[in-house]
Design a protein. Structure first.
Lengths: 457, 323
């Protein structure tokens, strides 16, 4: 008879061993590195960045650790991706310090997924220095601050100087009205066979760019009521004009090209490959175009998005450096110190700005990409003078934007159900681009009522 | 029974039986299980049970629980059947169901007969069957994501796109393929058929081998042409396999995700958004994770629908199958 006791003994031993091994393999407690320093996992850049970016970060890591010998920085590749954010947060694999776009900070606030950093901001003494519009995006209903706005951008019109020249257009004079955009696009597509003007249409970016186009025509897609609810105002003349513009380029002029499912990544890819003459996107996209998509700097030009109508604006955005809510108290101070050193000091302190610019420039990273100031315009322009000798982006090719952006009013993205409404607008853009006989006014009515249903939830 | 030797006595079996003492029939108790080596069985089964529990059953149970909650993976609260009501009244779900049915119908029309046809052709080939089988199976070997991305490149809608260039050789104008709401779904089905046909061909070839050749001879004697042979001999003999493959295909196409996700992301304008892509969008499209509760509710509904369909199918075909 098989000894049941022998089997029980074998099983118990196996479990005991397994249990011991499991407990042994649990690493050092969160926040402590092996040598007693506080370990901080910080976001660096998206995976796939070029090797020089890693070198630049390694250099900055060294500089910081020299100043703060009790903190051990561990760089973690990071890219804000909505779908995986919630899962990463739940699974605890987010870096301790990372960045969140403005669009999402309010929702994260409501969900209690951000750490209160009011004390740190006050300690560093720049609570009053922030542009109040920008700071509002990270202030909760309780008046506490939950992140460090570190960068803002406006919408810009990116264009390919080489295609302009090939089409017989002056590369230093990008279009300034929507009619000019249409005419230039037709000229480019007639003379070079490439798409004259393209726009994002999928993955919620279609809705984002359509909203930017609506704001540039003086309308808004959403208004906030005093009782906290929101009203959808998608059905307006600006939206109709923006959609008609896309329709005309696609079906009449045939200058839109043949890809109607572009998103942020693929439109950058097409542009960097020289297949698109003009498109709108955030003004800071130059860094990514060169680093991640291989754009040749000489062919890049940046102008402002044409505005028309009453009360036009430029859709602004940006991101915020935040501390993960799972970080313990000891590491929170370290995290705030890192954020201050890595993200904020270069905006305010000349030495920090110069060191940062030098490190980036030495590794061939972009220095001087046009952004909007999170502090004040004067502070921003002063900081540019500090790092003037390190600026390596072709700012003279971006003069049309730099000179004219101050005349445009930055407008924040709609606050409620932003991404869901963008998804709705995606469908709108795709329908107009793929169905020649699409009834724009009927589509607008339906979109507005669908959006209102979402907002009323 | 033969007698081997003179003095070997053939015993009466019943007498022999009665003479051998038999053990008393034991009651089956936990102790008998233990003594019979039950613990060893359990020990060997344990790894598999643990793996299944952690990676298969636990997520299913969690899904059902999530479908009754509103959750953002950090905090959650119970909402009963609200998620189910919300998705059942969502017009986008109706659109997704119709798109999925359309995919299923197209896949049935193209994807079901083509491998069968190819298998019948290949079974008639005298030499080189192995080569043709290998060639047929080659698309299956290519990783699905790679295949889809390749075809996405081929489907480029401008005049230099690979397929448009080929069409240009025979004078057909450039087609928008996946950029057009009407052509998008057939384009997806075309790639899915190309990728999946190989596996079906191999299975059908094996089934064809099981058809008794005498039936073909009898049909030949009756003067049947090749098509009548196929219709009256081959297909009825393969009935069992065909029915299984059909239900498997229906279940697989009901869950199609890869092609719509990678080719078109559900576009243009929702023309290729299938049920699984709808679930994915609900859960993951928006920043910060979306409506996990509603997504899992649709998953549960889909599972129930497919289970019902399978049960109905097997009930109906019970009488018809050859087994």
């Amino acid at each position: 008879m098989k000894s049941a006791r022998k089997v029980l003994l074998a099983g118990a031993t196996a479990f005991a061993v397994a249990g011991m091994l499991a407990s042994c393999s649990a690493g050092p407690a969160d926040g402590d590195s092996d040598d007693g320093r506080v370990q901080l996992r910080v976001a660096t850049f998206p995976p796939g960045a070029d090797a020089a970016a890693y070198e630049a970060f390694a250099e900055q890591e060294k500089q910081f650790e020299k100043l703060h010998k009790d903190i051990d920085i561990v760089g973690v590749e990071y890219e804000w991706k909505g779908p995986t954010f919630a899962v990463q947060l739940a699974g605890g694999s987010l870096p301790d310090v990372f960045t969140v776009p403005f669009t999402d900070t309010k929702t994260l606030l409501e969900n209690g997924q951000l750490t209160d950093v009011t004390d740190a901001v006050k300690k560093f003494g720049y609570a009053e220095k922030f542009n109040p519009v920008v700071l509002d995006g990270v202030t909760g209903d309780d008046g506490r601050i939950y992140g460090f706005p570190r960068q803002a951008y406006a919408m810009g019109l990116h264009y390919n100087r080489d295609l302009f020249e090939a089409a017989g257009l002056d590369p230093d004079k990008p279009p300034t009205t929507w009619d000019e955009v249409r005419a230039y696009a037709k000229q480019i597509s007639d003379k070079t066979g490439k798409a004259g003007y393209a726009q994002m249409a999928s993955g919620n970016t279609g809705g984002w760019q359509l909203t930017a186009a609506i704001v540039a025509r003086g309308e808004r897609t959403q208004t906030d009521e005093t009782d906290g609810s929101a009203k959808s105002t998608i059905d307006n003349e600006g939206t109709a004009a923006a959609l008609q513009f896309l329709h005309d380029l696609r079906w009449e002029d045939k200058s839109f090209g043949s890809k109607f499912d572009l998103d942020w990544g693929t439109i950058n890819q097409e542009f960097a490959a020289g297949n698109i003459g003009m498109y709108t996107s955030g003004s800071d996209v130059y860094s990514a175009l060169v680093r991640d998509f291989g754009l040749s700097p000489d062919s890049y030009g940046l102008g402002v998005v044409p505005v028309e109508g009453n009360d036009p604006g430029t859709l602004g955005g940006g991101d915020v450096a935040v501390i993960s809510p799972t970080v313990d108290e000891g590491a929170k101070d370290a995290a705030a110190t890192w954020i201050d050193w890595y993200y904020m000091q270069k905006l305010m302190d000349e030495d920090a700005a110069v060191t940062d610019a030098k490190t980036l420039a030495d590794s061939g990273q972009a220095v001087g990409t046009p952004v909007l100031p999170v502090l004040s315009r004067e502070q921003y322009e002063e900081s540019l003078t500090w790092i003037e000798s390190y600026i390596n982006v072709p700012r003279d090719q971006m003069s049309a934007f730099i000179d004219n952006i101050w005349e445009q009013t930055p407008v924040g993205e709609p606050k409620k159900k932003t991404q869901e409404v963008y998804a709705l607008l995606d469908t709108l853009v795709q329908t107009v681009l793929t169905q020649e006989d699409a009834d724009i006014s009927a589509l607008l009515k339906k979109a507005q009522s669908d959006a209102q249903a979402l907002l009323d939830q | 029974m033969t007698t081997l030797r003179e003095n070997t006595v053939v015993r009466d079996e019943r007498a022999v039986d009665a003479a051998i003492p038999k053990p008393k029939p034991t009651r089956r108790t936990p102790l008998t299980w233990l003594r019979g080596g039950g613990l060893w069985n359990l020990l060997f089964l344990l790894p598999m049970i643990v793996v299944f529990a952690v990676f298969s059953w636990s997520p299913i149970v969690q899904s059902v629980i999530m479908s009754l909650q509103k959750t953002n993976l950090i905090t959650s609260h119970w909402v009963g059947l609200d998620n189910y009501i919300a998705v059942l009244t969502d017009p986008l779900l109706g659109e997704a169901v119709i798109n999925t049915l359309w995919f299923a119908v197209l896949a049935m029309i193209f994807g079901f007969p083509v491998p069968l046809f190819m298998a019948v052709l290949m079974s008639e080939v005298r030499r080189g069957k192995g080569l043709y089988s290998a060639l047929a199976y080659l698309p299956v070997v290519i990783p699905p994501v790679v295949a889809v991305l390749l075809w996405k490149f081929f489907y480029s809608a401008d005049d230099n796109g690979v397929f448009n260039t080929i069409l240009g050789f025979v004078g057909i104008p450039a087609q928008p393929w996946i950029q057009d709401a009407v052509q998008a779904m057939p384009s997806l089905v075309l790639e899915a058929t190309w990728a999946g046909a190989g596996g079906s061909i191999i299975i059908y070839l094996a089934a064809l081998l099981g058809v008794p050749p005498e039936l073909y001879d009898a049909a030949e004697v009756d003067g049947a042409s090749i098509w009548r042979k196929v219709w009256h001999v081959t297909l009825p003999q393969m009935r069992g396999i065909l029915f299984i493959m059909l239900i498997l295909q229906v279940i697989a196409t009901a869950q199609v995700f890869l092609e719509p996700f990678l080719f078109t992301g559900g576009g243009p304008a929702g023309a290729t958004r299938t049920i699984l892509l709808y679930i994915y969008d609900k859960a993951f499209r928006n920043s910060l994770g979306g409506a996990y509760g509603e997504a899992t509710a649709v998953s549960v509904l889909l599972a129930i629908a497919l289970a019902l369909l399978s049960w109905l199918y097997f009930r109906l075909t019970n009488r018809w199958s050859s087994s």
